[in-house]
Design a protein around this ligand. Structure first.
Ligand SMILES: Cc1ncc(COP(=O)(O)O)c(C=O)c1O
Length: 392
């Protein structure tokens, strides 16, 4: 169906930070399946691990315990905070689970009047109806009304407006610690701490959507760890399954007590073949040495991108870890299309933003190469001669 603006490329294989098209041309992949292939393409050992599990036991449903899902939950809880885990397949599904749990908990504690969900303008939480209703961008919603009632939106990184908008009717606040699809927007350092304090004071469940920022992307296991706060509910997805479809919701025990058998379910969530892939990937991805490496690579990428500010077209450089972006004063699609033509895959956000999502295993010379290609494209199309030659 015509739901994607695809680039005219058919990709057939990948290794590390690289992918190859059907004609044998190779590309530096700084899209990474939109933050999914965080360990690079074809990490050695993943395929055989999954193949062995498929041969042994591919699926049994959530009517039974399985080892990999249990071990994975343990690993995630240890990395995040004391909690319980619900497995599903996509970010939007993890957010649906979070919204349902938050409302059920609030209803059970305070009655059905406490049902409002406050979300952020410019946020992105997914495409199913609950997550779409939480999403704060009308371009995703137009034509799909009526949306789920009970959602309202306030500006991101504006504590006073959030504080004024919340009260005894508020069940939950849902926020991405860093707005990703919204253009890679990092809040001020005390914003999330103030939101946490307010939620505690008013008895509101705080949900962090870390579908894109979680699992090492920002140089720590979770973006919230940069800000010194914890949510009540955390959603994860993207790279969790090592490239296979897996997502998760983690929640504090007290909140989880609102759920019982049958409250929420999904037939294949945490299915053994996907759970072994996730366990294999997370053991590597959340290892301190890889997180340190990702943080260093992110700082290096940022330093290289900062140098592009010499071009008048570059309005801003921002991000955290290996989620970085530059904002242009013009549509970014032509710039990105030229980069793709020269062997570097990048994505466009919000018309004028170019986003970098290299694997956490990216090498310095690969970062140099991608930035050099973008630098040249900007020199040709987005800068004055004076700026380009001063930079050279
Ligand atoms: C922060 C955030 N939440 C949720 C989603 C939705 O994830 P999925 O496409 O797996 O449903 C995304 C996808 O980009 C995201 O960035």
């Amino acid at each position: 169906m015509p739901t994607y603006a695809r680039f005219p490329l058919a990709l057939v294989r990948g290794r590390g930070s690289w992918v190859w098209d059907a004609d044998g041309r190779r590309y530096l992949d700084f899209v990474g399946g939109i933050a999914v292939t965080a360990l690079g393409h074809g990490p050695r050992g993943l395929a055989s691990t999954v193949a062995r599990q498929i041969d042994r036991l591919v699926h049994v449903s959530n009517l039974y315990h399985t080892e990999a899902a249990g071990r994975l939950a343990e690993l995630l809880v240890k990395a995040a905070f004391p909690s319980k885990v619900f497995f599903c397949h996509s970010g939007t599904e993890a957010n649906e689970a979070a919204l349902k749990l938050a409302r059920k908990y609030a209803h059970g504690r305070d009655g059905a009047d406490r049902s409002e969900i406050v979300a952020m303008e410019n946020s992105f939480h997914g495409r199913t109806y609950g997550s779409l209703s939480a999403t704060g961008q009308s371009k995703y919603q137009v034509g799909f009304e009526p949306l789920v009632p009970g959602f309202l939106h306030v500006p991101f990184n504006d504590f006073a407006t959030l504080d004024a908008a919340t009260g005894p009717r508020t069940a939950a606040v849902i926020v991405e610690p860093i707005q990703a699809e919204g253009g890679v927007r990092v809040p001020s350092s005390d914003y999330l701490r103030r939101v946490r304090g307010m939620c505690d004071r008013k008895g509101i469940v705080l949900i962090f959507d870390e579908v894109q920022t979680g699992l090492g992307r920002t140089g720590r296991a979770f973006a919230f760890q940069h800000f010194g706060v914890r949510p009540d509910i955390l959603t994860l997805g993207k790279s969790l399954g090592g490239g296979l479809p897996m997502a998760a919701m983690l929640a504090r025990d007290e909140v989880v007590s609102a759920f019982g058998p049958g409250s929420h379910a999904v037939t294949m969530g945490g299915s053994p073949a996907v759970a072994v892939a996730a366990l294999w990937a997370m053991k590597r991805q959340l290892a301190p040495a890889l997180l340190r490496r990702a943080a260093a690579a992110g700082a290096y990428l940022r330093s290289r991108l900062e140098r592009l500010r010499c071009y008048p077209a570059v309005q801003d450089v921002r991000g955290m870890g290996l989620l970085q972006a530059i904002e242009l004063d013009r549509p970014a699609r032509p710039v990105v299309e030229t980069c793709v033509g020269r062997g570097v895959l990048l994505t466009v956000l919000q018309e004028r933003v170019v986003r970098f999502l290299p694997p956490l295993t990216v090498k310095r010379n690969e970062l140099d190469r991608a930035v050099a290609v973008l630098d040249r494209v900007l020199a040709e199309t987005g800068g004055t001669d004076a700026a380009a030659s001063a930079h050279a």
